[in-house]
Design a protein around this ligand. Structure first.
Ligand SMILES: Nc1nc2c(c(=O)[nH]1)N[C@H]1C(S)=C(S)[C@@H](COP(=O)(O)O)O[C@H]1N2
Ligand SMILES: [Mo]
Length: 404
């Protein structure tokens, strides 16, 4: 016991021992004393920007984690089918807070970057470790913002990895780094935010003006994003690659039929929807699908990329389809597969909450017309409160099994 305590004490002493000062000859350029002059930089400014960034990051992380869990549900996870538009709100928040973080992070990095050149570069091993940790946090945060921006602008070429997986795992790295960072900086932040300050008289920009400018930039970016969903703001959605109301049948298209390679199969008169269940299998042509009771629901498509659009869908209830093959629609899971042969979004699993919801449809029509080929003709899934990636188009096969 005493032995171990001594080792730990020695280790701590080694970590905190002052490192030898580097040669003064290296102290050039930005490392010269007084090379950064702006009086705008202060612990108070950095703390205020950091607090705002922390809040935006927190909301962004929680909503992003939620979106991940809905798409890859572990056994303990449960996501309701109502309210129908909840996911469009949480995912809209994810993208909006991510975008609002861009000017906040820019301003915050500006407020502290002279410290990159602080002298000496490392006072002790502990100080060096703290600086390295901050480096990881900054790199992870930049990665998240840049990859998120590339994803919402659907520009995948610069990302040689699968976006979702990279974005997800680096988010954990950033959260870990952020918690350590908050732990280290909290006393300084608290002091800077509670101590009354006398603003130094200065010419030019004041701290308040700078904060106002950053807030305006964040607010503007958020507004232009929300324009992807809220129609009165559509004209403002200059940064948004998708506008509600554009696209066939007034709805944006994520992947076209040609992009998915399903045109021929979808238009083939021999098309059948195959349904397999615990008791039997059925094969339904378009006339058979039209002959089943039809229902209409106003539901949004809410893409993970942040855009969403509501439409009036008509078709057969998924619960009725489950009942056709002998499954109890109150406690069944359905696997919905597309005519699309490859691709990550060619199939999805519909949990019992959604199978039993009367609003979950195998949709044949939108806005009263047969689905456009790009919206999933002849049949697509549309369910309440689900990410767009789980609204499978060009359905060819539904497999129902009873659960719980
Ligand atoms: N088979 C198949 N279904 C799919 C996709 C796909 O790539 N393949 N993309 C999904 C995604 S990401 C979204 S946002 C919605 C968009 O539907 P829309 O193109 O009709 O607007 O379709 C979903 N259904
Ligand atoms: Mo999507």
């Amino acid at each position: 016991m005493t032995g171990r305590a001594t080792v730990l004490r020695r280790l701590a002493r080694w970590c905190l021992a002052p490192l030898p000062a580097p040669p003064v000859a290296l102290r050039r350029g930005p490392m010269r004393p007084g090379s950064f002059r702006s009086r705008l930089r202060s612990t108070r400014l950095t703390s205020q920007l950091g607090t705002a960034l922390g809040v935006a990051f927190g909301v962004c992380f929680v909503t992003g984690l939620l979106s991940h869990l809905i798409q890859h549900p572990p056994g303990w996870f449960w996501w309701p089918s109502r309210p129908v538009g909840l996911y469009r709100v949480t995912q809209g928040l994810h993208v909006a807070t991510g975008l609002a973080s861009v000017p906040l992070l820019g301003a915050k990095l500006w407020s502290v970057y002279p410290r990159l050149f602080s002298w000496p570069p490392a006072r002790s091993m502990a100080h060096a470790a703290e600086r390295a940790g901050t480096g990881v946090l900054v790199a992870a945060t930049l990665f998240l913002l840049v990859s998120g921006l590339l994803n919402i602008s659907r520009w995948y070429a610069p990302m040689p990895f699968f976006f979702t997986a990279g974005h997800y795992w680096v988010a954990w790295l950033a959260v870990g780094g952020l918690l350590v960072h908050i732990g280290v900086q909290l006393p300084a932040v608290r002091a800077a935010l509670t101590r009354p300050v006398r603003e130094p008289r200065q010419d030019g920009l004041s701290r308040r003006t700078l904060l106002g400018g950053v807030a305006a930039a964040s607010g503007l970016i958020t507004l232009t994003t929300v324009g992807q969903t809220v129609r009165p703001l559509t004209g403002l959605a200059v940064l948004a690659p998708r506008h509600p109301g554009t696209g066939p049948q007034g709805l944006p298209v994520n992947r076209t039929a040609d992009g998915a390679g399903v045109r021929a199969a979808a238009l083939d008169p021999a098309y059948r929807l195959r349904v397999t269940g615990p008791d039997r299998s059925v094969s339904l042509d378009l006339a058979a699908l039209d002959g089943l009771p039809q229902y209409t629901a106003d539901l949004p498509i809410a893409c993970v990329e942040g855009w969403s659009a509501t439409a009036r869908w008509t078709g057969v209830r998924l619960g009725d389809v489950a009942a056709l093959v002998g499954a109890d629609p109150r406690r069944s899971t359905a696997i919905v597969e597309s005519l699309q042969v490859g691709g990550r979004y060619r199939a999805c699993t519909v949990p019992p909450e959604h199978v039993r919801d009367p609003l979950t449809l195998v949709a044949l029509r939108v806005g009263g017309e047969p689905l456009h080929l790009d919206h999933g003709y002849p049949a697509r899934l549309i369910a309440p409160n689900r990410p767009g990636v789980l609204q499978t188009k060009w359905i060819s096969q539904i497999t129902v099994r009873e659960s719980r």
